[in-house]
Design a protein around this ligand. Structure first.
Ligand code: FO1
Length: 311
């Protein structure tokens, strides 16, 4: 296995799985994970960063494998009491998860950046590699649907992904820029990996941070993407539905088209081997392997395979 400094771009569950795979084989100073924060939202006055928490809990070994979000063995007593007080409780925050958001909100309120807060939370959970938000500023994903615009969580949780999606847009503050850790990793890493995350909901927000797309175009090393669509279906989440509603092909080819110009090697599952030539025509080298990461061993194996590729 080659020694590389890896920058992994991740969204929720799929991204967290591959990030864990890298974490199992790389030294802590050779892995940086940059996470989508377009899904962030305030609930009950608390700043919730779902994708950061999914990655953090996964690497910390406390993620709930059944839901794909929150902490394992969670209880919801605080939420029940909030409901009793008349709060709108469609977003299910568990009691232990709530502590993360309380602490995050407290530290942000004291003037710390989201990067600093994430670093503090990770250290407390004994997580060694660097996990950074894509930006320390506001960049929120807005889902434009047939029934109006809504935040990502309103679309995903409150409306259970039911409204038809017309487009996605990003609401960003004027000072929005890549987080300092992201900037540094873009310069210092020699391998960039787009984890198998939703290209619209997880990767596009990262690419929408001003300057990021250009920096990835000029990245010094190989850029590798893993398809989150296998056999015409999303491994998890609404990627397939959104691809279809936005007029894209629900296949790894549809995903690959999103990566033209910013990716050199596209990894697809064995089930999709017959689509390799279509992706090669887009100007990317294709690697066919097992991409479903059920066990930790499979996560480690996929990460190892990526690091062992002949670039
Ligand atoms: N997803 C749901 O489908 N229902 C929920 O009630 C829910 C609560 C929740 C609480 C904290 C958190 O960090 C994530 C939560 N999620 C929930 C998942 C979240 O909507 C998604 O993981 C991401 O935003 C998509 O990557």
């Amino acid at each position: 296995m080659k020694k590389s400094k890896v920058l992994a771009l991740a969204g929720g569950v799929g991204g967290a799985k591959l990030a864990l795979g890298f974490n199992l084989i790389l030294d802590e100073d050779t892995l940086v994970i940059v996470v989508n924060t377009g899904d962030d939202e305030e609930f009950y006055g608390l700043h919730v960063s779902p994708d950061l928490d999914t990655v953090m809990y996964t690497l910390g070994g406390i993620a709930n494998p059944d839901t794909g979000w929150g902490i394992t063995g969670e209880t919801f007593r605080s939420l029940k009491r909030l409901q009793q007080y008349g709060a709108d409780t469609w977003f299910n925050l568990g009691d232990m998860d709530m502590a993360t958001h309380i602490r995050r909100t407290q530290l942000l309120g004291q003037g710390n950046t989201l990067s600093q807060v994430t670093n503090s939370l990770c250290s407390s959970l004994g997580i060694a590699p660097s996990i950074y938000p894509m930006t320390d500023h506001r960049l929120r994903t807005i889902v434009v649907t047939e029934v109006g615009n809504m935040s990502f969580q309103e679309y995903f949780v409150k409306n259970r992904c039911e409204p038809q999606v017309i487009s996605l847009k990003f609401d960003l503050s004027s000072e929005c820029a890549p987080s300092p850790g992201f900037m540094k990793a873009l310069k210092a890493s020699d391998l960039l990996v787009f984890c198998p995350s939703n290209p619209f909901l997880s990767i596009d927000p990262i690419l929408a941070v001003p300057g990021v797309r250009e920096k990835i175009k000029g990245f010094q090393g190989p850029r590798i993407a893993v398809s989150p669509i296998v056999g015409g279906e999303a491994i998890k989440g609404p990627a397939g539905k959104i691809l279809e509603e936005l007029g894209h092909e629900v296949s790894c080819v549809g995903v690959a088209k999103r990566y033209v110009d910013i990716c050199d090697i596209f990894i697809i599952d064995r089930m999709d081997a017959h689509l390799a030539t279509l992706i090669e025509k887009l100007g990317m080298r294709v690697v066919v392997t097992n991409t479903i990461m059920g066990s930790d061993e499979e996560k480690r194996k996929l990460a190892q395979e990526i690091l062992s590729l002949d670039y």
